[in-house]
Design a binder for this molecule. Structure first.
Ligand SMILES: NC(=O)c1ccc[n+]([C@@H]2O[C@H](COP(=O)([O-])OP(=O)(O)OC[C@H]3O[C@@H](n4cnc5c(N)ncnc54)[C@H](OP(=O)(O)O)[C@@H]3O)[C@@H](O)[C@H]2O)c1
Length: 224
């Protein structure tokens, strides 16, 4: 039987490339997007799920659909994320709240009810960012985005303590990737989504330690 990976935000960017990679690697993939429409995945091994992480009712409906359709999951990848204040300097209330709703509340409250159905030898992977590291931060930009990723990292740490490796939990930096999360990335970033997905998949196959914060681009551990 194929292993099952649930990837949030699989409609574009890193999540889409990761879904393609995992299908190539013989996984069954449950992919989410806000409209639940996926015209690019024409295979019986892909299950399209509608999920808006900023909407608690949508999260609840997605859980019901998952529980009714699947018995267990091997890998949960909390990839969906937004960065409306990337490259800006002064926090603005609406985008600040929206960033936290999706990147923090959404990730936490989507994950919690699923934990019991994730196999003990499975993985919960939180797609964070190097921008969430307190240790390496010398910047003054992107307040909400950076803070949301620091908060997500703390969730990874707490969850890894709680679950004690059953399943293992990690936070990763996927690299600087050419996606539309911010328009300038499409031109300036170093990695294509496919290259990032390859590096994330390589990490997933490593015997990494529970509760690690890993830079997939440089293949090194990151300081929290
Ligand atoms: N690109 C980079 O250089 C970089 C670097 C470090 C970390 N990251 C992280 O990598 C992850 C993926 O980012 P990306 O660059 O691939 O961005 P992206 O191309 O903008 O893709 C974001 C994904 O998240 C989904 N999404 C957006 N809002 C959502 C919501 N409210 N509820 C559920 N899903 C939602 C989108 O789906 P729909 O719009 O179809 O719903 C889309 O599939 C994010 O967590 C990001 O912070 C990216």
């Amino acid at each position: 039987m194929k292993k099952i990976a649930l990837i949030t935000g699989a409609s574009k960017g890193i999540g889409k490339a990761l879904a393609e990679k995992m299908l190539d690697e013989n996984f069954f993939v449950i992919g989410t997007s806000r409209d639940g429409e996926f015209s690019d995945f024409n295979t019986k091994d892909f299950y399209a799920l509608k999920l808006d992480l900023s909407n608690p009712t949508s999260i609840e409906n997605a859980h019901k659909e998952i529980f009714n359709t699947f018995k267990n999951i091997d890998i949960l990848i909390n990839n969906a994320g937004i960065g409306p204040d990337l490259d800006t300097y002064i926090p603005e209330k609406k985008s600040f709240n929206n960033t936290f709703e999706v990147n923090v509340d959404g990730a936490v409250f989507f994950t919690e009810p699923l934990i019991d159905m994730i196999n003990h030898d499975g993985i919960i992977l939180n797609v964070s960012s190097k921008m969430g590291s307190l240790d390496v931060c010398e910047s003054t930009d992107s307040v909400a985005y950076r803070m949301s990723k620091s908060a997500l990292n703390m969730y990874s740490k707490i969850l890894s303590n709680r679950l004690k490796g059953k399943p293992r939990v990690a936070s990763i930096h996927p690299g600087w990737v050419k996606t539309a999360i911010i328009e300038s990335n499409l031109k300036n970033a170093r990695l294509t989504p496919g290259e990032s997905a390859d590096k994330i998949f390589k990490f997933l196959t490593m015997a990494f330690g529970n509760g690690i914060y890993w830079d997939c681009e440089n293949e090194t551990e990151l300081p929290w």
